[in-house]
Ligand binder design. Structure first.
Ligand code: KG4
Ligand code: ZN
Length: 336
């Protein structure tokens, strides 16, 4: 069956067509990064306006690239939560219109479930149950993936997400938005032991994460150096920061895997593109004889293919939206 997937939760207008979830026939992503870069981050109002302008063309192209028309599509899947409310509303309203006009089923998809599903596209052998770290610009979750549509979030960030920490530290170093990828590049030629950065302790839930103390420490270090007229080596700072974030994500995920006896681990979300994170998980899983799955770089960030893929599983599970479907800015995976 053919699913059209639509994604507009942040600053990418994206659409894709999948066949039976895992086979991607097209994947179109129109990014707004250049425009938001001027402001150092996503401006929600601008994001909504650009989605509005671009969504018809993006969906048209996704259908065209797949060699399909709307008549061939069996269901329309759309991200409805979580994300920027005005941005989500564009995709949701557009998908509702398409569903109403064509009489096709509408399938509401949770954005984080979509990120998790990106691994099914790349790795057909991956099947639940397994443990997944989802690290993106807005979320850092450790999730027990019980089934394709059933999740148990056992760890989450108490404050900033890992991607947010990368981006805010990158901004303080003078890198353009979004800074994660620039930190990654600079880290290649840096010394990860050059700066001793704090590793936040989180009391209470043993799998929870925290990044705001680390972010504040890096920003303060940079500001104090600037005030004294001292130069901080950005490559060394990037390497040190990337190493600490990678270790924090790895340690909590491995602790959960060991306690709960998971031998299959997945990593997903924008931060799963980070070379330090990928390297740390590859080594740790190899050392422990665990199977590791990570999306190819093209599927780490926001895209329509992951929504079309999760939309397929949600469709099979009977999830449907109707004309009353609304966008939701904040919603845990467990509320599904
Ligand atoms: O999943 P995503 O595209 O959007 C959200 O759902 O938030 O993730 C975007 C985040 C941004 O914070 C971005 O800087 C980060 O992923 N990111 C990276 C890398 N590529 C993207 N962070 C570190 N290293 C990278 N190579
Ligand atoms: Zn995302």
């Amino acid at each position: 069956m053919f699913i059209l997937g639509i994604e507009s939760s942040c600053d990418e207008t994206a659409a894709a067509v999948s066949e039976n979830g895992v086979k991607i026939l097209s994947n179109v992503v129109s990014t707004q990064i250049e425009e938001h870069r001027k402001y150092g981050g996503v401006v929600p109002e601008i994001a909504s306006r650009r989605h509005c302008e671009n969504i018809s063309q993006v969906v048209k192209k996704a259908l065209g690239d797949a060699g399909k028309t709307l008549t061939d599509i069996d269901a329309i899947a759309v991200t409805y939560a979580p994300g920027l409310i005005g941005a989500l509303l564009v995709g949701v309203s557009y998908a509702k219109g398409l569903a109403l006009a064509t009489g096709k089923p509408l399938v509401p998809v949770h954005h984080i479930a979509g990120h998790i599903a990106a691994n099914y596209i790349a790795h057909e052998e991956l099947k639940p149950p397994y443990l997944c770290l989802v690290a993106s610009g807005g979320h850092s979750h450790i999730v027990e993936v019980k089934d394709y549509t059933s999740f148990n979030v056992i760890g989450r960030t108490r404050d900033d997400a890992a991607g947010e920490c990368f981006d805010k530290c990158a901004r303080a170093m003078g890198f353009p938005y979004p800074g994660g990828v620039h930190v990654d590049k600079a880290a290649q030629s840096g010394d990860s032991s050059a700066f001793v950065l704090p590793r936040p302790k989180v009391s209470g839930s043993e799998y929870d994460l925290s990044f705001s103390g680390l972010k504040t420490a890096v920003v303060n270090l940079l500001h104090n150096a600037a005030q004294k007229g001292e130069e901080i080596n950005k490559n060394d700072m990037s390497a040190s920061l990337q190493s600490v974030i990678s270790q924090l994500l790895l340690e909590k995920t491995m602790l959960a895997a060991e306690h709960l006896s998971y031998k299959t681990i997945a990593v997903a979300g924008g931060v799963s593109a980070n070379s330090g994170v990928r390297g740390a998980f590859e080594k740790a899983c190899a050392d422990r004889g665990m199977k590791l799955y990570m999306p190819p770089l093209s599927l780490c960030g926001d895209n329509g293919a992951m929504i079309a893929c999760q939309g397929y599983f949600d469709y099979l599970a009977g999830r449907r939206g109707d004309e009353s479907l609304n966008a939701v800015a904040t919603m845990s995976l467990e509320e599904l």
